[in-house]
Design a binder for this molecule. Structure first.
Ligand code: FUL
Length: 456
């Protein structure tokens, strides 16, 4: 089994060191990447034959008769996800064991040969319908590595099988926003290493679902490099590719439990709220999208401990933003680019309007007078990334007695930074842009309270 995600990680690290970007050549997201970044929090559901064999990786020899959820309810998934603030769900339509959650006409290793709904069921259909009822977006995981398929390892023949399945999935279930291709790759029964035909896969996705983003082994969304849900500080969406710069934003995948699939033995190991909160700051708060896995159980529902935790997590996220001491502050900018670049855009709740300093300036500051001294421990800064990542260095300072004191600083802002620091009490706060590749366009600024403090 070869793992290509390591290479992707290396590419990401190199990219982070080589961001150049002169004004005018800054990469920007496609409209689809922009919408995706603004989802911030999305989910994964690992569900399949492994759910019934209590394994993480099936061998492909499992009997489809084992797949038999006793109380399958995709609406429960959708309701729980929506309440938690999740915007999109990626379902494992096929994991490495090759078992398909939809009745594929290209294999017998699928739900059609299971007792569930007397072989008439279609998990993909029920999940996409339930998601759409709640205005949630759809993503599909289709594992290229297939331990059941006899043609695997016979590269051209398997590639055709894989593309047929991809075509089937992308044709029959309406709009798909994200297609997740894992890099795991093994040898087939013939002892040969399978060589995937990625260009043909991408062409198929583009042809059938031009709005779908291709993640991980794909050009649109980048794996962050670990499975702990943690981005680096100053994680940038701009990477070097083919000698130029490209927009390739990071996605942070992590499971709410130790495993990706459900195991009753892990019911007591659902991550504590404090851990999820920390992950949120280290993913969404570091200019990345959080992809949190919640594995449905053998009933085909999210298990009680996960449901409870997601509820708390959703409440934590809403609570974090509910208090914002900057919202009603009096603002004074070092300069601004006419009414369009007015500093008041920093607190208007819109990501498509921003404060921009006067013509041609790439540095500047805005002072927030909160009216009265307030205690806070998180600052939120957001660029309008439709215009690219422009800021290269910034800091935030407070007036402490008669001295301005820096409480946090950084390089990349991007869609969102949530900067944690030991609680401070201040009335006057200043956001200072020290360096930018083009006139900065700062969309939002907020001052919040994290109940877990800095250390979680
Ligand atoms: C990995 C897979 O091998 C795991 O089973 C899981 O699907 C994870 C998200 O990606 O590469």
């Amino acid at each position: 089994m070869r793992y290509t995600r390591g290479l992707l990680l290396l590419a990401g690290v190199l990219a982070a060191c080589t961001i150049a970007g002169e004004p005018g050549v800054l990469p920007v997201p496609t409209p689809q990447q922009l919408a995706w970044q603004r989802h911030e929090f999305i989910a994964f559901a690992h569900f399949g034959i492994n759910t019934f064999t209590d394994r993480e990786w099936g061998e492909g020899t499992e009997d489809p008769q084992l797949f038999n959820p006793t109380d399958f309810d995709a609406r429960q998934w959708a309701t729980v996800l929506q309440d938690a603030g999740v915007k999109l769900l990626i379902l494992t339509a096929k994991h490495h064991d090759g078992f398909c959650l939809w009745p594929s006409k290209f294999t017998e290793h699928c739900v059609r040969n299971s007792p569930w709904r007397h072989g008439q069921g279609d998990v993909v259909r029920e999940v996409v319908d339930a998601l759409r009822e709640k205005q949630l977006r759809v993503g599909l995981y289709l594992s290229p590595w297939d331990r059941n398929q006899p043609t695997y390892g016979d590269s051209p023949r398997y590639n055709e099988y894989f593309r047929n399945q991809l075509r089937e999935l992308l044709t029959n279930y309406g709009a798909v926003d994200e297609v997740w291709f894992d890099g795991a790759c093994g040898e087939g029964p013939n002892g040969k290493q399978q060589v995937y035909d990625w260009p043909a896969c991408y062409a198929t996705v583009r042809e059938i679902q031009p709005n779908a983003l291709i993640a991980i082994c794909g050009p649109d969304i980048r794996w962050v490099g670990n499975e702990s849900g943690v981005a680096r500080e100053n994680e940038s969406s701009v990477v070097e590719r083919d000698g130029g710069l490209a927009w390739h934003p990071a996605e942070c995948d992590v499971s709410i439990r130790p495993g990706w699939f459900y195991h009753a033995s892990q019911d007591t190991q659902v991550k504590p709220l404090a851990t999820l909160a920390d992950i949120y700051f280290k993913s969404v708060g570091r200019n990345s999208v959080l992809l949190l896995n919640i594995p449905p159980d053998q009933r085909g529902r999210f298990a009680a401990p996960d449901v409870a935790r997601l509820k708390e997590f959703g409440a934590f996220i809403r609570g974090l933003y509910a208090t914002d001491f900057a919202r009603d502050a009096t603002l004074e900018a070092s300069s601004q680019h006419g009414p369009e670049g007015s500093a008041r855009h920093l607190t208007d709740g819109r990501l498509d309007t921003s404060w921009t300093p006067a013509e041609g300036q790439t540095t500047g500051s805005v002072e927030f007078d909160l009216g009265t001294a307030r205690a806070f421990n998180v600052a939120r800064i957001q660029e309008d990334i439709a215009l690219g990542e422009r800021v290269r260095a910034y800091h935030i300072e407070i007036l402490d007695g008669n001295q301005w004191r820096t409480i946090t600083d950084g390089k990349v802002i991007g869609h969102k930074q949530l900067r944690r620091f030991p609680e401070v009490t201040a009335r006057r706060v200043r956001l200072v842009i020290d360096e930018a590749a083009a006139p900065p366009a700062i969309a939002e600024f907020g001052l919040h309270v994290n109940p877990f403090g800095t250390a979680n």
